[in-house]
Design a protein around this ligand. Structure first.
Ligand code: DAH
Length: 363
């Protein structure tokens, strides 16, 4: 595993202070926050027949989060370049699927789980290292789902599609066009993805499928069948509330928060889009370069003042064979005008921090 210095003596967590700050902020439970309003809509759709869990710690074991879900040993999602590790066995959940098996073992047969999730990822208007998901699971005794394996799979898929199409209609409360695609997830077979038509494009709503029987058996559920789904809340909320940038969900600015009332969906009125400030940065990469480490280092210095980071040029030196990358960092505040001197200073700090932490050589 590259990037995770995980010899038991010398383990260094890749959880940064700005990520730690997000743990426990509780946007899901904050009345009036768009994330809470969306959560309440989803919860009311599922009604009393489903148990709801919304306050589980985001610290999960790699067993819960990967092994129990049959995620292959070499799957990228396990890598410390993708997942935040607190120690080699405990990570910040990258998905709410991490809670499926604990509740199945406890005998829950219909449940939904809401939670904040954490992933190391690129930087742009729709990616942020902290986001929210909802997970849903429903299981039946085999005998209640049909008398042959094909019948049971068809029964589960039909219920799954019906349930999730209903969910999408409830969430958007308007005429929407949906389509199903085949997909792949390690924990379901068959696996599907549901998309909704949006501004001439297709927006992914959720992933889902028929739970692999080994997972149910390992939870003591022999002779059972069921479905599971997982959906990201930010992408839905961005569309419902017309929120243009994912960083806004974390804004404490009253001009953001006061626009929203509990359980009401209203369109966000941008208070103004402040001008961006672009800075380029070129460097020679070390052999072990992980781009997510670079993104994390930029965020650690610039916080929510960084809007996006784009790779704009790269080449390999013909003689030394070293690789050079050039990134364009877009700085922009959601709440105020950034002055040039401030951005210059930030950029200088980003450069210093990256060169000391990542073993890159600035050009
Ligand atoms: N955990 C998946 C993700 O984060 C989403 C998902 C897919 C959840 C299929 C499920 C499922 O429960 O059955 O991308």
């Amino acid at each position: 595993m590259r990037g995770l210095r995980h010899l038991s003596s010398g383990f260094v967590s890749n959880v940064t202070p700005s990520i730690e700050e997000k743990i426990g902020q509780g946007l899901l439970l904050q009345r009036g926050h768009p994330i809470n309003t969306l959560k309440m809509r989803i919860q009311s759709y599922f009604g009393d027949r489903y148990s709801v869990f919304d306050s589980l710690s985001p610290h999960v074991t790699t067993q819960q989060c990967f092994d129990d879900l049959l995620v292959p040993r070499d799957h990228v999602s396990r890598s410390p370049s993708d997942t935040f590790y607190v120690n080699p066995e405990v990570c910040l959940r990258p998905h709410t699927s991490a809670h499926q098996t604990e509740f199945l073992r406890r005998g829950e047969t219909n449940f939904i789980v809401f939670g904040d999730c954490y992933r190391r990822d690129e930087i742009d208007a729709s990616h942020y290292p902290v986001f929210h998901q909802v997970e849903g699971v429903r299981v039946w005794k085999q005998a209640d789902a049909g008398s042959s394996a094909e019948q049971r799979t068809a029964f589960v898929i039909e219920d799954l599609k019906h349930t999730l199409e209903g969910l999408a209609k409830e969430v958007f409360q308007s005429e929407i066009v949906l389509r199903w695609n085949e997909d792949y997830f390690p924990f379901t077979h068959p696996s599907l993805e549901l998309e909704v038509a949006h501004e001439g494009d297709w927006l992914e709503l959720l992933g889902c499928g028929v739970i692999r029987p080994e997972i149910l058996e390992n939870c003591g559920l022999q002779n059972h069948v069921g479905w599971a789904f997982g959906a990201g809340l930010e992408r839905l909320a961005m569309r419902l509330f017309n929120i243009p940038d994912i960083r806004l969900f974390w804004s404490q600015d009253p001009r953001f928060l006061e626009q929203f009332k509990p359980d009401e969906v209203t369109k966000f009125e941008p208070y103004s889009k402040y001008p961006p400030c672009l800075k380029d940065m070129s460097f020679w990469t070390p052999e072990s370069f992980e781009v997510n480490d670079f993104y994390a280092a930029v965020r650690e210095v610039a916080g929510d003042l960084v809007e996006k980071v784009d790779l704009i040029d790269q080449f390999q030196h013909p003689k030394t064979l070293r690789h050079s990358h050039c990134y364009r960092i877009t700085y922009r505040s959601m709440d105020r005008n950034l002055v040039n001197s401030e951005v210059d200073q930030l950029q200088e700090e980003v450069r210093e921090s990256c060169s000391s932490k990542l073993g890159i050589e600035l050009r």
